[in-house]
Design a protein around this ligand. Structure first.
Ligand code: GRF
Length: 220
């Protein structure tokens, strides 16, 4: 899979809140055009960050949609207006219907704050501390119908310290989220990463050498 010279990929970013992962993607100078940032929450802080950078934003309010299938249909209609090559879930806190996920199969990436497959779902940092794991981290994966279970693209591992609180651990993980999410989006947009028909992740040799596992030095 040698990198090809093509038009920049069109991406749409979905957020629900703070938007720090979105901001990391915007700062990373990726070879993409960010066509829109879409949120299910009108008050999401990340929308202001996007607007300040002149990026088109939209809100599809899940509470106004009348149900999960209706929300997903409205969201898909908004996404499709932008004809994206890739949909990036950057802290998008909605469970999606199978139909929605299948519509974007192989072109939707999510960041999750744990070393999947452990700790899918919510409260990952609290659960990591309760479980006493010595390593925690984050994962970028392709989205498939089973929540937080899609094929893994890249992970970063961080140590868990004895004195950690949920907040200190979350901050250590978040710093790594901001590293690996732009990396994975770059690989996809440079045609160096794809989801094969059999459901496995294919990375070209250079991307694989950059590291599908990122392990920062222990003091970070
Ligand atoms: C991140 O930890 C992400 O992994 C999780 O939700 C958080 C969103 O943070 N899904 P932000 O909105 O990107 O700052």
């Amino acid at each position: 899979m040698p990198p090809r010279t093509v038009n920049p990929k069109r991406i749409v970013i979905l957020i629900s809140g703070r938007g720090s992962n979105m901001e990391a993607l915007l700062k990373a100078r990726l070879p993409v055009t960010v066509e829109a940032v879409i949120s299910n929450v009108a008050a999401a802080q990340g929308l202001d960050i996007a607007r300040a950078q002149g990026i088109a934003t939209a809100v599809v309010d899940h509470r106004a949609a009348g149900g999960r299938p209706q929300f997903d249909a409205a969201l898909a209609a908004e996404i499709d207006r932008h004809r994206p090559d890739l949909i990036v879930l950057a802290g998008f806190m909605r469970v999606l219907t199978d139909a929605f996920v299948e519509r974007y199969a192989g072109r939707m990436l999510n960041i999750h704050p744990s070393l999947l497959p452990v700790f899918p779902g919510l409260h990952t940092h609290r659960r990591a501390l309760e479980a006493g794991v010595r390593l925690h981290g984050c994962t970028v994966h392709f989205v498939t119908p089973e929540l937080d279970h899609g094929p893994i693209v890249v992970q970063a591992a961080v140590p868990v310290h004895a004195a950690d609180t949920e907040e200190t651990l979350a901050a250590r993980v978040l710093a790594q989220e901001h590293q690996i999410f732009p990396l994975a989006v770059r690989w996809f947009c440079e045609d160096r990463l794809r989801l094969a028909a059999n459901g496995t992740v294919e990375l070209d040799r250079a991307a694989a050498a950059e590291g599908a596992l990122v392990s920062p030095s222990a003091d970070r």
